[in-house]
Design a protein around this ligand. Sequence first.
Ligand SMILES: [Zn+2]
Length: 368
Amino acid sequence: MSNSRNTQDPVIMRPRKSRNKRKRRIKPIVTIAIILASAAIILSVVASKSLMNDKTGSSATVVSPQLESQKDNSTSSGPEAVQEGDNPADNSSNKDGNSDQPSSNTNSDDHGKQEEQDQGQGAQDPKDSGKDDSQADKDQGKNQTPADKNNDASKKPVEKDDQNNAKKVIYLTFDDGPGKFTSQIVKILNDNGIHATFFMVGGNLSGNEKAVKKAYEAGNYIGMHSMTHDKKKLYDHGSGPFIKEFQKEQGMMEEIIGTPPWLIRAPYGSAPMIDKKFRDDIVDAGFKMWDWTVDSMDWSYSKHPEKILQQVKKQVHRDREVILMHERSQTVKILPDVISYLKSKGYTFAVYKPDQHFSVNFAKDNRL
Ligand SMILES: [Zn+2]
């Protein structure tokens, strides 16, 4: 109490002038005031001391809860107590200091990379085997956790391209073989790990049986392109001669590759020579008929193979393209560049499969 009396003195001194005038009457009030004032002073001194320990300024009151919990933490419970504290102020500090957050992101990133690698190498989980690539991609999307999706967003174009890859498919087709370029084309396809669809001329089979069989056994589809490739013979007398040529070729093909093909390509394309009645007869004979969506014009660029690539660049834009090419020397020269260009655009390559047939003909006749 003696301390508090000392501190009271300056307070009493200030209002002295007025107090002198009404000394007696005011005295009990002053006593009470002194007691209250001294209590207030003691409290404020204590409070200011604790603030001085922390920091001065208005932010001190905001900071202190955080410091409190850190103090608790250092004295009792260890680092985890701070990170799991209920104090909202702790959340902001956790973002900087909490090592759990970044490390879990890193794990997710690694997981994503692994998935990309698996896709790139064509490796699939056993559960995915038998599904095509696009289905596998869809499944992958379904299985993603929200965290994975966030990471995908931060990985950007790569992941998007990967998804587009599955949708964008090229069917390379080579007409007018077999011949001396058949094996070279098959080798380029093999080197690139892809397959193509061939439309071969029956009149060229003799002497090239081995090349045809090799192309087939490498995983390519061997379709038919008539016996003679002769415009007059094929189109000048109705559908009869046309169908007979293909039926004859079908028998020859079956002898070489062991199975009869059913997919044909009409020489010079199905338009304008093949009309509705003509198509009815082709349907009745059981054939399917492909034209194309992209004409590489390769037959016309014997001295400028680079123009074949230009044509492909100019015309390819759909998710699914069937590209017309021929077994020619300029085509062999530019083929590796055409394949790398299409790969760079996110396309994958597919070969015709009878059980996954889809229509590609100028008349948009879905029976063929
Ligand atoms: Zn042709």
